[in-house]
Design a protein around this ligand. Structure first.
Ligand code: TXA
Ligand code: MG
Length: 318
C-alpha cells in the first residue's frame, strides 16, 4: 500500500472537481451515496471498470450498478416499461435499483453488465453523489466500496481500511444515512425482488399494488449474482437469533438485551439498526471477535434486509 493513496477529498467544490477529473481519466474514486459508499469508475471505460473488479477482488460474473443523475439519463441507457416508470417516478432519486433491458448502443463497457442483456441502474439521492455525477458528466459504475465478500462501507474510514492503496481517491461525505445497499427490483414481465435493501419491500408493493415475485432460478442457481451466499461477511462466525451470548461469544444485540458488546438499536428501531449494521460488524472485526451471537431481528420492513445480510454473513464460507 502506498502512503499517498487514496487521496482523501473534502466534500467541497474542489474535492468534487478533483474526483470528477480522476474518474474522467479512468481512475477509481469511492464516493458516498445515501445507502453505502460506492467504488466509482467511468462505466464506458473498460479499463476503469476492469480495475474496479481488480480492486475489489470481485468474481467477474458479478455485474455492477450504473449510477446516473436523473431518470432522463437512465432512459438513454435502458428501456423502461410501465412498472419501471411507476417505480422510478415514486422512488428516484433514492435507494432503489432497477434491472432493465440494456439499450443497444448505450455505450457502456460490457464488463459492467458482465455480459448480461440487462442493466442495473440507480439514481442516488445523496447530494455528493449527485454533484459528482453532474460534474463528471459520466454514467458511474459503482459496486459497494469494499473487498469482495466483505462488509459494505458506510464511512470513508471503512473504505480506506478495506481498499487502502487499491483506489485513487475517496470523497469523504461522512456516514451514509441509510446504511444498507439499495433494494434491487427486476422489471421484466412480473416485478421480481432481486435483493432486499434500503427501500422497504412493503413500500414498493404498495406503489405497484401487487406483491413482488421472489427470485426463482434453479436450486442453488442465484438469478441475481448478488444472491450468492456468504457475501457480507465479517471475519468471525455468526450465530443468529441468539437469546444470549454463549461461552466464548460476544453478543450483537437488538432491542433491550443485557450483556451485549454492541447493540444495533437498544430502542429496537429497525431504521437505526439498518444504519448501524455494517459499522457494528466492522467494529466486531476490529475487536477480533471470532464468535458472534446476534439477537433476533424482526422480519418486517428494513428487518428483512438486515436479516438477509446477517444470514449471508452467517452462511458457510467458500
Ligand atoms: O446501494 C447500492 O446498491 C450500492 C451503492 C454504491 O449504489 N451499490 C451496490 O453495488 O451495492 P454492488 O455491486 O455491491 O451490488 C450490486 C448487485 C450485485 O448483487 C449484482 O449481482 C446485482 O446488483 N446486479 C447488477 N447487475 C445486475 C443485473 N443485470 N441483473 C441482476 N443483478 C444484477
Ligand atoms: Mg457489495
Amino acid at each position: 500500500m502506498t502512503s499517498d493513496r487514496p487521496q482523501r477529498l473534502q466534500p467541497d467544490q474542489q474535492g468534487i472537481a478533483r474526483a470528477a477529473a480522476i474518474l474522467r481519466d479512468g481512475g477509481l474514486v469511492a464516493f458516498p451515496t445515501e445507502t453505502v459508499y460506492g467504488l466509482g469508475a467511468d462505466a464506458r471505460n473498460d479499463r476503469a471498470v476492469a480495475s474496479v473488479f481488480a480492486a475489489k477482488g470481485r468474481p467477474d460474473f458479478n455485474p455492477l450498478i450504473v449510477h446516473v443523475p436523473d431518470w432522463q439519463a437512465a432512459q438513454a441507457l435502458c428501456r423502461f416499461n410501465d412498472t419501471a416508470d411507476r417505480l422510478a417516478d415514486a422512488f428516484w432519486p433514492g435507494a432503489l435499483t432497477l434491472v432493465l433491458p440494456l439499450r443497444a448502443g448505450a455505450g457502456l463497457s460490457r464488463l459492467v453488465t458482465a455480459g448480461l442483456e440487462t442493466l442495473a441502474i440507480r439514481v442516488p439521492d445523496h447530494p455528493l453523489a449527485q454533484a459528482l455525477l453532474r460534474a463528471s458528466g459520466l454514467p458511474i459504475a459503482a459496486p459497494s466500496a469494499n473487498r469482495s465478500g466483505r462488509i459494505s462501507p458506510t464511512t470513508a474510514a471503512h473504505v480506506v481500511s478495506s481498499l487502502g492503496g487499491r483506489i485513487d481517491a475517496v470523497l469523504d461525505g461522512g456516514p451514509c444515512p441509510v446504511g444498507l445497499e439499495s433494494t434491487i427490483v427486476g422489471c421484466s414481465d412480473a416485478p421480481v425482488l432481486l435483493r432486499a435493501g434500503g427501500l422497504p419491500v412493503e413500500a414498493i408493493e404498495a406503489c405497484l399494488g401487487r406483491p413482488l415475485v421472489l427470485p426463482s432460478g434453479e436450486a442453488g442457481q442465484p438469478s441475481s449474482p448478488g444472491q450468492l451466499e456468504s457475501h457480507y461477511a465479517p471475519s468471525g462466525t455468526l450465530r443468529l437469533n441468539a437469546d444470549a451470548a454463549g461461552p466464548g461469544e460476544v453478543l450483537l444485540g437488538f432491542g433491550h438485551v443485557v450483556g451485549a458488546t454492541l447493540n444495533l438499536s437498544p430502542a429496537g428501531d429497525l431504521l437505526e439498526a439498518a444504519a448501524r449494521l455494517f459499522d457494528c460488524l466492522h467494529q466486531l472485526d476490529a475487536m477480533g471477535a471470532d464468535r458472534i451471537a446476534v439477537s433476533p431481528v424482526p422480519e418486517r420492513g428494513l428487518g428483512r434486509a438486515i436479516n438477509d445480510r446477517l444470514r449471508r454473513a452467517a452462511a458457510p464460507r467458500p
